[in-house]
Design a protein around this ligand. Structure first.
Ligand SMILES: [Zn+2]
Length: 186
């Protein structure tokens, strides 16, 4: 509890210093006492070094993932590595702001929110904002995760996104839930 209070204090002071206090207070009001609400404000790296096996993709640092998700990601990558498979983290954590920016750009590009939602999720719908999702590339590596990831809690969730995986400790015992047809831009 002290740790959480300390973090809250730090975030609030930092937020005040940056002039963001109003926004942070709003977040606390909506989710009283939940550290996840703070995590939503944490940005991930915008990109990273190129993926060493396919330069079309990035291999970001896993910064900002929820702590248990970060551990699970490191375990997954180690297991893949043991089997000679390299997993590149093309995209992991995003803040609400980062996701909102992507959404706003899509609205601009496609002309309406309705159309934009087919390609990019708004911040309140994205598991990347909650620090629970990773986009793994190249596709060959993603296929390995689809086959081997569930025992470590990683499941592919959407038929239209072969690269997108979400972590839930329950998946490691109960297996993956049925895949959903599409969740654009998650
Ligand atoms: Zn994704």
């Amino acid at each position: 509890m002290f740790g959480v209070l300390l973090i809250v204090t730090l975030v609030v002071s930092t937020g005040a210093a940056l002039g963001y206090l109003g926004r942070l207070t709003l977040v606390f009001d909506r989710h009283p006492g939940k550290p996840l609400a703070i995590l939503e404000e944490v940005a991930g790296p915008p990109d990273g070094p190129n993926c060493s096996i396919d330069a079309r993709y990035f291999d970001e640092d896993p910064d900002g993932l929820r702590p248990d998700v970060l551990q699970a990601w490191l375990s997954l990558r180690a297991k893949a590595s043991e089997q000679g498979v390299k997993l590149c983290l093309n995209d992991g954590k995003r803040s609400r702001g980062q996701q909102q920016k992507e959404f706003d750009e899509a609205v601009e590009r496609f002309g309406s929110e309705e159309l934009a939602k087919q390609y990019v999720l708004p911040p309140d719908k994205s598991m990347h904002v909650l620090g629970l999702a990773v986009d793994i590339q190249p596709i060959e590596s993603a296929k390995w995760v689809e086959k081997n990831g569930s025992t470590l809690g990683w499941c592919r969730r959407y038929e239209n996104e072969q690269w997108h995986f979400e972590y839930d400790a329950n998946y490691s015992t109960g297996g993956c839930p049925p895949m959903l047809p599409r969740a654009p831009g998650t």
